[in-house]
Ligand binder design. Structure first.
Ligand code: ADP
Ligand code: MG
Length: 336
């Protein structure tokens, strides 16, 4: 494939040149020279698997730097594993490349993966490569491990639990708006830091595994804070109230919302945060402080879990500073 344009080597040379080196150090990958890979979790552990695809023009801009696109494709999956308390070990990569892809792009893409493999201790163990007349599409499937039977679930939130979130919320969606010219008053430095959060998620790999003993329900925030909290409420059969003023914002996001207060709803519903949203009993607050310190990650209490008999769409209430519920027109990102 690709040969007709003289732009890329054939499929097997491409795999050997750009991807086989990324499998070094993982014996079960067989140097990407076999049909399948073998993954063996450590004794006493379950294998946790997750796949997520990102599509050019939908999840990233087609002209975003290739190394950042690669790292985002990997990191959105690592975020899910971290949110489940898992430690990532390996991943597979399905690449659907436009016929116009160049070797310079592929080389930058592979170097982005190499950098994140070192950062997160994971290896490429296989995948598939195809050409398309359509948009660049990258699917990663990531594999991690958790102590047997202990993967953190969405379904354990109980009335009276507190609701916590790592890091800050809203940066990525505000970064996307800044890229699209929708935050004209924002200072360049603040815009750059928000755009960085959009392009390059920071999965909470240090924090997730520490939550195994304390969280009752977890989810990583990819659809939007409210929508993802609703997911927890649905499968835990509870409601939730969060206080808008407690939702943690970065200095850059604060600046964007000061410039344009109408962006506040976007910050709560925008998505792509890749923080961990979780619930835990109120008496666990001290332990969560310790987890925050030992993982070097801010963790903020934003609300409380409540009993419910309400319809799913109304289970999350966002309270404004004066205690009245806010109306949000769009609770989060949905594709359909
Ligand atoms: P098959 O013909 O059995 O579908 P392929 O010829 O597509 O297998 O792939 C050969 C080997 O290269 C396999 O080990 C496969 O996992 C690996 N591979 C193919 N594409 C990629 C990719 N984009 N990233 C990593 N490994 C890949
Ligand atoms: Mg085969």
């Amino acid at each position: 494939m690709f040969d007709q344009n003289g732009q890329l080597p054939g499929e097997f040379e491409l795999i050997a040149k750009y991807f086989a080196p990324l499998s070094e150090g993982y014996p079960g990958a067989f140097g990407l020279l076999d049909d399948a890979a073998i993954i063996s979790p450590s004794a006493g552990h379950d294998l946790v698997a997750k796949t997520d695809a990102i599509v050019g023009g939908v999840h990233f801009h087609a002209d975003d730097p290739a190394d950042l696109v690669a790292r985002k494709a990997l990191r959105v999956n690592l975020s899910d594993l971290a949110g489940k308390g898992g430690i990532a070990r390996a991943y597979m990569l399905d690449l659907i490349l436009p016929e116009t892809t160049t070797t310079a792009w592929l080389s930058a893409f592979a170097s982005g993966l190499a950098a994140d493999q070192r950062k997160y201790g994971v290896h490429l163990i296989g995948g598939d490569t195809n050409a398309t007349p359509g948009p660049l599409t990258i699917a990663v499937m990531a594999f991690g491990e958790v102590p047997k039977g202990r993967m953190l679930r969405r379904n354990g939130a109980r009335a009276g639990d507190l609701i916590f979130v790592t890091g800050t919320i809203g940066d990525a969606v505000l970064g996307l708006k800044a890229l699209d010219g929708e935050c004209p008053a924002l200072k360049a430095e603040a815009a750059a830091s928000l755009i960085e959060r959009y392009r390059l998620p920071q999965p909470r790999v240090e924090t997730g595994p520490l939550l195994l003993d304390v969280a009752t329900a977890t989810i990583d925030v990819s659809d939007g804070l409210i929508a993802d909290l609703e997911h927890i409420c649905e499968v835990s059969d509870v409601s939730a109230a969060i206080e808008s003023k407690k939702v943690p914002l970065s200095p850059a996001a604060r600046q964007a919302l000061t410039d344009d207060p109408t962006l506040a709803a976007s910050a709560l519903t925008g998505g792509d945060d890749y923080e961990i949203l979780f619930t835990a009993p109120a008496n666990a607050a001290n332990r969560i402080d310790q987890i925050s310190q030992s993982s070097g990650t801010p963790i903020t209490t934003i609300g409380r879990v409540e009993k419910t008999s309400r319809a799913i769409e109304t289970r999350v209430t966002v309270l404004s500073p004066d205690g009245t519920p806010l109306k949000l027109s769009n609770k989060g990102w949905t594709h359909f």
